[in-house]
Design a protein around this ligand. Structure first.
Ligand code: SF4
Length: 455
């Protein structure tokens, strides 16, 4: 049961550091028998909207993903999630778009095309002019949520981020007054998040990758992500980037921001324990910061191949989790696990269009469309206009004036599925869904949030 507690004290480090072990213990302790369909149906019938599922109940559903994939029980989970998604969000879905600002990165995550040691990758960083230009293009497509994302570039964080947030907000509210801005960058501290909020920041997205500390340190061996940063945006010598990352959501909540969380699905051998860790973490935030937490955005990153094939580590690491096949089911479990209103399951374009749409119909009210994950990816680049390119790109490993649109897109962080916003909206409409701003979802939900949280 989630009950409110005082929230002036921070959540102890021990909670974070024991999360994965706790989750693994709960998941592996669930006994599976031939009554699984009956147990799942009873669990779904007894789900309390103010609490969501119990952690043990969620662990039982996670066994349906791989260890006990009863089609009948899975169908019951999807059906229950669709009903609850309809009750909470109706036919509404909000769309977001990432704007990558730099592919220069000082970290070396093994799964990422932008890792510092990937010398095959074209590197780019855009100017404020380019962010304003893209913001205007994207706002006119109909977006109202814009995510600033990029590699771990500490000079950029220190010197440019504030102004880019302000510029992005300024350009987008001209077109859509509901516009909101998020960041998906190096985890920062409460004071830094509070400062960025003054410049227009609304939301911080931090994907943990994995809650298993040894695995995190294996995949993320060096750089700001491995060690964390201090209040001067410098790498913390001997720091614990794993823990700093785990605490990012808490720090952002204390600064008054909405937060997103999630793991890279399948990075851990027991992927289900990682997913359960997200749920226990999120429920703890809801309990500890009752009254201060906006709905949690639950992201579902997957390990996709990278654009520089010769330096792709995915196959060599034996990665074999079928994210697409399990995406809808996992989005359903995330929705059911949290109290109603508190989870915005975030479907992304790392899976194919149909999988993404099914996940939206089942559980997700927040999704990405039109995604280009290269800095400058949305610009209408005229290959024959070198001056224009020098105005748009602050830095590049190819002389800016010679950059082509093809080279820009070759620098995407990983491979994904691309569909225009318009095509995507048409697909949503054909399924009876319609696009709203996430600001409007927040406003509607404010009056409905049960009080106290799960108490
Ligand atoms: S995942 Fe992020 S921090 Fe890690 S190498 Fe890629 S861009 Fe850098």
């Amino acid at each position: 049961m989630i009950t409110p507690t005082a929230f002036t004290e921070a959540i102890p480090d021990e909670f974070y550091q024991s999360l994965y072990q706790t989750s693994e213990h709960i998941f592996t302790g669930i006994k599976i028998d031939n009554r699984i369909v009956e147990r799942v149906c009873q669990l779904l019938d007894e789900r309390d909207p103010a609490h969501g599922l119990s952690v043990e109940g969620t662990a039982l559903l996670l066994h349906l993903v791989r260890s006990s994939p009863s089609p009948e029980a899975k169908a019951a989970v999807i059906e229950a999630a669709r009903k609850i998604r309809g009750n909470i969000f109706g036919q509404k879905v909000a769309t977001m778009v990432p704007i990558e600002v730099t592919s220069y990165c000082a970290s070396t995550c093994k799964f990422c095309g932008w890792r510092a040691d990937n010398t095959d990758m074209v590197r780019l960083a855009i100017t404020e002019v380019a962010i304003r230009e893209q913001a205007s293009i994207l706002a006119n497509y109909g977006f109202s949520h814009f995510e600033i994302a990029g590699g771990d570039d500490l000079n950029f964080l220190r010197n440019d981020l504030k102004n880019l947030i302000a510029a992005l907000k300024e350009e987008t509210v001209k077109v859509n007054p509901d516009s909101r801005v998020s960041i998906c960058l190096v985890p920062m501290h409460e004071q830094q998040y509070a400062l960025l909020k003054e410049y227009g920041l609304d939301c911080v997205l931090t994907w943990q990758e994995t809650y298993n500390e040894d695995l995190f340190n294996y995949h993320i061996p060096s750089g700001p992500k491995a060690w964390g940063i201090d209040l001067d945006y410098r790498i913390t010598k001997g720091g614990n980037g794993f823990l700093e990352r785990l605490k990012s959501q808490e720090k952002a909540i204390r600064a008054g921001l909405q937060v997103g969380m999630g793991v890279m699905i399948g990075l851990a051998d027991i992927a289900e324990a990682d997913i359960l860790s997200v749920i226990i973490h999120g429920r703890q935030l809801l309990k500890h910061y009752y009254g201060q937490v906006q709905p949690l955005i639950i992201g579902m990153p997957t390990w996709n191949p990278i654009t520089t094939k010769n330096t792709d580590n995915r196959i060599a690491h034996g990665f074999n989790f079928d994210a697409a096949d399990n995406f809808e089911m996992l989005s359903a479990i995330y929705l059911l696990a949290f109290p109603d209103q508190y989870a915005w399951v975030f479907s992304n374009c790392r899976v194919g269009l149909n999988v993404q749409l099914e996940s939206i119909e089942t559980a997700s009210c927040f999704t990405s469309t039109e995604v280009r994950i290269a800095p400058g990816g949305y610009l209408n680049i005229d290959d024959s206009n070198p001056d224009e390119k020098e105005r748009m790109f602050a830095r590049s490993t190819v002389a800016q004036k010679n950059l082509t649109k093809e080279q820009v897109l070759s620098g995407e962080q990983f491979t994904h599925y691309y569909h225009t916003h318009n095509d995507f909206v048409n697909q949503l409409v054909s399924r009876g869904l319609h696009v709203v701003s996430d600001q409007s979802l927040l406003m509607e939900m404010r009056g409905k949030i049960p009080s106290p949280v799960g108490g």
